[in-house]
Write a protein that binds this ligand. Structure first.
Ligand SMILES: [Ca+2]
Length: 268
C-alpha cells in the first residue's frame, strides 16, 4: 500500500476521501461532562487507524475536535492556535503554520505526540500554536511503514508506503526527515534500484504498548544526516550504515506504558 499526500494537493476541490477526512466529530467536554466516544469512524479500508482528539483547554476541557487525517488549516474550523491538550493514537504532527510548515523559515516550529490512547496537556511553549496537523504512518498504526518528508521536521510534502520502492524519481523533492512505524528497518539509497550510498534506520526511537496486542514502534528522524543528495529508492531491511535518531527527548510525564511526547529540540 502506498499513499500519497502532498501539501500542494490539499486544496479542497482536490480532496480525495482516502487522503483526507477532516473532522469527524466535534463536541464540548468540561466539568461534569464526559467526552463523547469517537463517532463517525470511517469504515473505508484506507482510513488511518489512528486518531487525535484535540481540546481547546488544558486537561481535556473545552471544545474538542476529533481528527483521523490531515487538516492543513485549522482556521477553517475555527480552531487555529487553540489546541492545549490532546489524546492521540498513532503519531500526530502539529505545525505552527498552515500547510504543515511548508515554505516557512523555521520548520522546527512544531511538535509531535504519539502513543496508544495517550493523553497530554501540551507544554506551555506549544500551547495555542497549532495551525495545521496530520498523522504520520500508514493505515494500521503499527504497519511496517515509512514516511519521507520534503522539509526538516516533517515540513511540506510527504510520501508514505509499506512496500519497497525501487524508483522514487517521481517524488519531486529531496528527503530531509523520516518517520518509521512497525518492526522493520528500512534502507534509503541515493540511486534507483537500491544503488549508490545507502543508510538504514530502525523504528527504535520508542516502543509503546498499552493494551496487548496494541503496539506502536516509532522511529522519529526530524533531521536525517544521510549524507546523500537524494533518496531514490527504499528497500526493506538494513543494508547500509545505520543511522540512529539523536533527537533529545523532552518527556512530559510518565510514558513508559502508554505513550510518548517529543518536541523538536530547536522548536519554539
Ligand atoms: Ca500557529
Amino acid at each position: 500500500m502506498v499513499s500519497k499526500l502532498r501539501s500542494e494537493d490539499l486544496r479542497s476541490e482536490d480532496l480525495r476521501s482516502e487522503d483526507l477526512m477532516l473532522v469527524v466529530n466535534r463536541g464540548v467536554s468540561g466539568e461534569g461532562m464526559t467526552a463523547n466516544r469517537i463517532r463517525g469512524r470511517s469504515s473505508r479500508c484506507h482510513s488511518y487507524e489512528g486518531s487525535a482528539r484535540c481540546w481547546s483547554g488544558s486537561q481535556y476541557y473545552g471544545t474538542y475536535y476529533d481528527f483521523q487525517t490531515a487538516n492543513p488549516h485549522l482556521g477553517s474550523i475555527d480552531f487555529d492556535n487553540t489546541i492545549e491538550s490532546v489524546r492521540v493514537t498513532g503519531i500526530w504532527l502539529f505545525y505552527d503554520h498552515e500547510g504543515y510548515n511548508a515554505n516557512t523559515p523555521d520548520p522546527t516550529a512544531m511538535f509531535w505526540s504519539y502513543g496508544v490512547g495517550y493523553s497530554l496537556t501540551i507544554p506551555e511553549e506549544y500551547k495555542n500554536t497549532a495551525t495545521s496537523l496530520r498523522p504520520a504512518g500508514c493505515v494500521g498504526i503499527n504497519d511496517d511503514c515509512w514516511n519521507v518528508y520534503e522539509g526538516l521536521y516533517f515540513a511540506g510534502s510527504t510520501f508514505a508506503g509499506t512496500a519497497e520502492m525501487s524508483d522514487l524519481s517521481f517524488l519531486g523533492f529531496d528527503v530531509f526527515s523520516i518517520i518509521l512505524t512497525g518492526k522493520s528497518a528500512w534502507t534509503f539509497c541515493e540511486n534507483v534500484f537500491y544503488g549508490g550510498p545507502c543508510v538504514c534506520m530502525y523504528p527504535d526511537t520508542d516502543h509503546v504498548s498499552r493494551t496487548l496486542p496494541v503496539y506502536l514502534d516509532v522511529g522519529i528522524f526530524p533531521t536525517v544526516d544521510h549524507g546523500m543528495l537524494h533518496v531514490k529508492s527504499i528497500r526493506k531491511g538494513c543494508y547500509g550504515k545505520r543511522i540512529t535518531s539523536t533527537t533529545p527527548r523532552l518527556s512530559a510525564g510518565p510514558q513508559q506504558t502508554n505513550g510518548g511526547y517529543d518536541s523538536g529540540s530547536g522548536g519554539k
